[in-house]
Design a protein around this ligand. Sequence first.
Ligand code: HDD
Length: 751
Amino acid sequence: VEATAAAMPFNENKAAEHGREAALDPPEGTQIVPPSSLVTASTLAESNTSEKLGTRAEEGANPTVGSLDRVRVDSSGQRLTTNQGVPIADNQNSLKAGLRGPALLKDFILREKITHFDHERIPERIVHARGSGAHGFFESYKNQRKLTRAAPFQEAGKITPVFVRFSTVAGERGSKDTARDARGFAVKFYTDEGNWDLVGNNMPVFFIQDAMKFPDLVHAAKPEPHHQMPQAASAHDTFWDFVSLMPESTHMLMWLMSDRAIPRSYRMMQGFGVHTFRFVNERGQSSFVKFHWTPLQGTHALLWDEAVKISGCDPDYHRRDLWEAIEAGAYPEWELGVQIFSEEDAERFSFDILDATKIIPEELVPITPLGRMVLNRNPDNFFAETEQVAFCTAHVVPGIDFTNDPLLAGRIHSYVDTQLSRLGGPNFHEIPINAPIAPVHNNQRDGLHRQAIHRGKVSYEPNSLGGGCPFQAGAAGFVSFPEPVEQDEVRGKPEKFAEHFNQAALFFNSQTPVEQAHIAAAFRFELSKLTVPAIRQRVVSMLRNASEELAAQVAEGLGMPLPDAMPRALPKPPKAEVDVSQPLSMFARPGNTGVATRKVAIFVGDGVDGDQVAKAQQALLDAGAVGRLVGPRVGIFTAADGSEIDADASFENEPSVLFDGVIIPDGEGTAKVWARDGRAAEFVKDQFRHLKTILALGEAVAFVEGAGVLRDEGDPGLLLQSEPEDAAVNQFLEALALHKHFGRETDPPML
Ligand code: HDD
């Protein structure tokens, strides 16, 4: 029997659940054979064509599959059992003293089921609770042995499996994806010398310079403790109170108020290691590095109004986007690069490379590309993989080492520590998603949930009874970089940490006018939500040190006089090396994947031009975009030529904000029906307001204009063709590839 819903039209056992006879002789459950396309452990293992070393990556290859195969569970064709493997006769009824009698305590099957259920949840992450993960691989372009002995970079073409988790920071596990927030970008490399976790964000700087302030920052950013509001939002008193008393946060606030904080997709964000790390080569020589992930898909964002509306109609927007792209085989890809510099370079910079509130402008140190990362497999199970994955900055491998960044120091402690309570004990490294593919041998023993069964009587070193094993690796193992330390023990900060505004100014001045306007609007929105005017004033006074222009715009937007500038910690700040750095603009990275994975609505209804619908659908498919037929309801409509068109979405269940563009075909009276449907007009208005590409053909043009769209011949995203041109859909695709049409944007929006 094929595994479709049609194969099980109704529950034929339902009647047999009743009465004494059924209780004594419960029926076997209905079963179906899984369809051949169902991916099972064995079919996945067959597709595992990549070797760890010396091979080139192949699309669809999943180097992690082999290692996780041993723990995969596939229940197709299997009987239901208890956790002890006892077959369960009846999964519908608890054990009772008589059909209408009390339930019995000895019902171990009910009790096991309920008890397990009662403990299904684990504590959510204190930050980054909301996230989505994917498997993939990293492929090194070259042998980088001169630079580092880290395993992933030892051969050209070497493949290292990875698991990546993207996240928002402040919201809880079930919060919306499109909150204004930084995004986590955490990568676990399963190298053959152990696991290396690069736990970064989509912004290259951080709010604070010292881990001592992290709990304060998070308490201020999280929902306020007395009433637990607002959820997944920074627009509230405590957040702005804290950051405005911490001027070192100004640079990060610029990033946070920029469109980086509302990405179009996890696939369209950069990633950064943030801190300065070290690469160490075989000879023990070290260079400083900053890690950068650059998306092939380009860096693109939503508009704020769009983000707000998406959070209502699809809170899983980014999760769904990542999942669907990977399922469709449009594997997202990033290039990993590093800025490499020496101790001497670092001393010359006007800023301190140990200060996580600073970037190194690419004009000072360009990015050297190292390899590419491709995400090509969705997890089998969200909890087992995405929820239980434990990233720790302490997880480094030979060839990679820390610097004295005081924020990093705190992180090296914090991540391992938090897993102890989140995952319930010290053996979280044995959870399959966390287990390295490199073998693990040591004398650590026991603890909650221990999986390994260690053999023999030796669990100490040195020993003679175990032949001295496991023996220490010596120079082949992790040797900490011998950084000289010769200073007084003090609680304090180096002088260069006192300059807080140069790079905030650099960031703002490097943005396009469109991006600058969005930053000003974001500050205006966030600060408008505050209930304490003094906090607003403090933020604006802080902004004056970064940009007078921005501060003035924000003050005007809030209807308040411009306050005095905040006194600086350093009255005479050092001069910055560069005033403008073009790579800091999102527009510097349009990407090279064109319209692939972009979502387009094709309006349908009775009387629609079926030929135009079919041609549009085919053209989108050919271009790798996703066309959805959207009508007043889902289901069958009759086109003008009598053919049937099956709408798979409706104005109600997939509103405008879920699409990157819309095609509105001609028809016989169809547009008149749309014109009477407020949801259709709303759809078109939002497409226009959110700067998307609109193609209207024939009688649909009048409908679009009636919906409030302002005709402008110079707007490349507005294709209104009363006489449809042959190239109409191609023109649409070209305009769609531009992502948004910012020339249309006004503040406030004109409609
Ligand atoms: Fe953190 C999670 C990124 C500073 C303490 N952090 C966490 C995650 C990311 C980051 C991406 C989610 C990992 C996952 O998907 O499971 N954190 C950063 C970046 C920082 C940073 C880029 C600054 C450069 N974090 C930071 C500091 C501390 C922490 C200074 C503490 C001193 N972070 C944690 C944590 C979390 C965490 C509490 C929560 C859950 C977890 O670790 O596994 O330990």
